[in-house]
Design a binder for this molecule. Sequence first.
Ligand SMILES: [Zn+2]
Length: 538
Amino acid sequence: MKKLFIIIIMMSVISCTKKIKVDSLVINGNIYTVNKNFDKAEAFAINDGKIIAVGKTSKIKATYNATNIINAKGKTIVPGLIDAHCHFFGLGLQQQKVDLTETKSFDEVIQKIIDFQKEKNTSFITGRGWDQNDWKLKEFPTKEKLDKLFPKTPVAVTRIDGHALLANQAAIDLARVTTNTKFSGGEILQENGRLTGIFIDNPMDLIYAIIPKPTKKTQIKALQDAQKIGFSYGLTTVDDAGLSRETIELIDSLQQSGTLKMRMYAMVTNTPNDVDYFLKKGIVKTDRLNVRSIKVYADGALGSRGATLKKPYSDKNNHYGALLSSIEDFKAIAQKIANSNYQMNTHAIGDSANYVMLKTYKEALKGKKDRRWRIEHAQIIDPQDFHYFNNILPSIQPTHATSDMYWAEDRLGKKRMKGAYAYKDLLNEYGKVALGTDFPIEKVSPFLTFYAAVARKDVKGYPENGFQMENALTRKETLKGMTIWAAFSNFEENEKGSIEKGKFADFVVLDKNIMEIKASEIPTIKVLATYINGERVK
Ligand SMILES: [Zn+2]
């Protein structure tokens, strides 16, 4: 007993005089740890880029010593945010192109292209972001004005969803496309026997093939621009839904040299050479990069009627949309991936595309649990197909619901809307959802995603009572979907997604308490600071 007493005294003497030296302490925070019990905390200690202890400010201060003290002064801290489906490199490249988002008319599109060209004087004008659904005249534009303004300079501008583009004659000539050009899947629109300039889905590749590749310098600039935007919104990991081997290797080298700090989950684009290369090489994993998934496209988008439906579109006679490959091809790639340790992540929007892929997955996986194969978007599900999601992970983007809600019912009719953007139903099947934005198709801000998930409203506060509120997520579910569940969808739940001992010190300080403020204030939340690996990057 005496011995024990002495030991206790000695221990307390040591703890009073000899605190453990670490790199940084975060104190006085309103911290949502997103651990298993969704516990809150006040402080944590960071060493070597990792969280080494979490608890009360008094306890952390009593145990650890650091020269770098981050006093959160009561502000809310959440784990570093993960965007489980975005186009990060695309966002960066977009900064090098004419931005046509939120244009209110085709004339405004034209004006922006003129202004852009005056400034940049490029040999091939590219841009993205127009959406005829936002215009008074809700029809696809045609190329005449562009032909007159730019008779010799090729122009190709992509619709907001990336599933349609408008090209001028100079671009069409360069691509050697005529009214007789053959293609499969998608459409090249004609009017009175002449091309209108609109390309939908697969034939867009005919135009993409002639767009000069961005130089290496431009690519690096693109990644850095995208990173800056990401950090400003508290993103510390991005899942890029479709990258080539070349881009992945560039990202790896920039991360190794410290030029790029964003952590990336890279889905490999489904091109035979790159897929074979990575499946043979196996999983590529560093602290900042994880390559272990293949991105496949099953169909197009609903806005451009490229999504594949079981029954015809409600607003286009006898039109179903088309699968982008044959079912045999989908089965073959699924089998190939199933034989490796890679994950398969398939873009599926329409109820038919979802059904085909869910069945294909089920057959290829043969009941194997924990392969975490994902359906990206899972947008329109036939109510009788939801059960497939008990072993398939839904990767969903809540702002798609609030962007599409204005016209989705035109395309689908009332009955099919029940299984559309049905995030709660999906969550109930799998028990988790991975949340993302699909930027740059949607805005980058994860707070708009949060708001769309919980309030089912857009930034205008529409609709007043929320869109199909039975499919709203709770704040807790939403925060998990942007952190620990997104990490799970990347097989990274043991290294990130929560503020817990042993995990990367990736975290975000917010100006408002996202879990408690009025829902209408959520879109106005500002990121005060973003930390990655214990390093402040915003
Ligand atoms: Zn996408």
